[in-house]
Design a protein around this ligand. Structure first.
Ligand SMILES: Cc1ncc(COP(=O)(O)O)c(C=O)c1O
Length: 443
């Protein structure tokens, strides 16, 4: 499979996916010339960089866990050169040694080699890069496909643009590709089809579901047949703890099929390295990635240099193997948290909630059985009012639906809690559901 010719659409093909805002956006004259500064022998009078000798931070030492033995720590002291890079402005798309390391990671994890017609850029978390993608690709009124329920952190991005949102149903096997096919095949001829589909393919936030291989292949086929780009938002890739081997990402599958150029993949270091460092990276077709980069030069110039230096100083010492050993341990940690949470759900809430076991991520998506007659209730009052009054905070499912419609579902996060806290939280939730049942939570 790896030797297939990788047919990537020409540059001009991607023009149709750019928003007017992105087409209008011009380059920052200084940043556009910055790559030339690395030419050997050149004396640069270009950028008004501050002189780092004037900065007060003179050294930085810390320690990182040994990825193969969590009882050991590796001491790290930044070299003067590393410190200088961390304290200074740096390239829009990321500092070169981190970018190189991440390209190699994409090759290891997704079989995508550098220089095969795609590009990687670092951002301040994948949220930052997604916001830039959404505004770079979507015009007011454009149709988009969003999986539902979905990560509520991106819903406002789409709503603010006032685009035409079409929810694609998901179930225990992730996005219902057959429903997507039906929507596309019945699309009104008078209206342009969506050019973007947003999905979280592993450990979806909130459902915890991972999309099956068959459905991934169908979604990719549909992207080609009906001409849309897949935004693969994947911060839980490295915390996959499902029993079955992890299916390939969309980014990997499109290469296996020998027709690349339909997927932009958003990765995050938040769940495995640090969420406070605010580091994520996007990988996708050159013209689309350049539009994201241009937004960065306009909006915030670049991702945080020091965060990148801290990250690469750890990652380069670990190596890719060490990083993957670390993420395997992290995934195991969350699998245990999930098991504890599910055991407590069975103990306290059997007959009061239903759920499917998540295979990645930090969340349980559960249906509250609120009515005696078995009809679907609405979790809003049960969670916002009754649960809060009983001393437990969770999210009602309606916030995960772009339409904001009623749902009996709710989301609980189990990433932080100790077993006794889980036990107490779910004991309280039981009381809250019984309270809600008395009032018949239909609204
Ligand atoms: C599905 C999803 N996408 C993106 C993000 C944001 O990731 P980052 O911290 O890399 O910006 C989150 C954070 O919870 C998330 O759940």
């Amino acid at each position: 499979m790896g030797d297939l010719v990788h047919v990537c659409p020409p540059e001009a093909f991607y023009q149709q996916f750019l928003s007017q805002l992105s087409i209008n956006r011009t380059d920052d004259a200084i940043r556009a010339l910055m790559p030339l500064e690395s030419r050997p022998g050149l004396i640069s009078l270009l950028v008004g960089k501050p002189n780092t000798s004037c900065f007060p931070i003179k050294s930085l030492s810390f320690s990182a866990q040994d990825p193969c033995d969590s009882s050991k720590e590796i001491p790290i002291t930044l070299s003067p050169e590393e410190l200088e890079v961390g304290l200074q402005y740096s390239p829009t798309t990321g500092i070169p040694n981190l970018v190189d390391w991440l390209y190699k990671l994409q090759e290891i994890c997704h079989g995508r080699k550098r220089s095969e017609g795609w590009k990687l850029s670092v951002g301040n978390g994948c949220q930052d890069l997604m916001y830039k993608a959404v505004t770079s690709f979507i015009n007011p009124g454009d149709s988009v496909f969003l999986e539902a329920p979905m990560y509520p952190g991106v819903i406002p991005m789409f709503q603010t643009i006032q685009c035409d949102i079409h929810e694609v149903e998901t179930d225990a096997n992730g996005m219902c590709s057959h429903k997507l096919r039906q929507m596309l095949e019945n699309w009104p001829t008078s209206k342009p089809k969506p050019k973007i589909l947003y999905t979280v393919p592993y450990g979806c936030n909130p459902t915890g579901m991972t999309v099956s291989l068959e459905r991934r292949l169908e979604v990719l086929d549909l992207a080609h047949e009906h001409n849309f780009i897949i935004l693969e938002d994947d911060p839980y890739y490295f915390v996959y703890y499902g029993k079955a081997p992890r299916p390939p990402s969309y980014f990997e599958l499109e290469k296996q099929q020998g027709r690349i150029g339909r997927v932009i993949r958003f990765d995050s270091l938040s769940k495995v390295l640090s969420s406070g460092l605010r580091l994520g990276f996007a990988s996708g077709p050159l013209p689309l990635m350049r539009a994201i980069d241009r937004h960065s030069t306009n909006a915030n110039l670049q991702p945080n240099s020091m965060a990148q230096v801290l990250a690469i100083s750890v990652l380069s010492r670990w190596g890719h193997e060490g990083f993957l050993a670390h993420t395997t341990r992290v995934a195991q940690f969350y699998r245990e948290k999930r098991d504890i949470f599910e055991a407590a759900l069975r103990r306290h809430l059997t007959g009061l909630v239903e759920w499917s076991s998540p295979e990645s991520g930090f969340f349980i998506w559960f249906k509250l059985l609120l009515t005696e007659d078995g009809t679907d209730g609405c979790s809003e009052a049960a969670i916002r009012t009754h649960a809060f009054e009983r001393g437990v905070l969770a999210l009602p499912g309606t916030v995960f639906l772009p339409s904001g419609r009623k749902t009996a579902y709710a989301r609980a996060s189990f990433s932080q809690l100790e077993p006794d806290q889980v036990d107490e939280a779910l004991r309280r939730l039981k009381e809250a559901i019984l309270d809600a049942r008395k009032t018949g939570c239909k609204e």
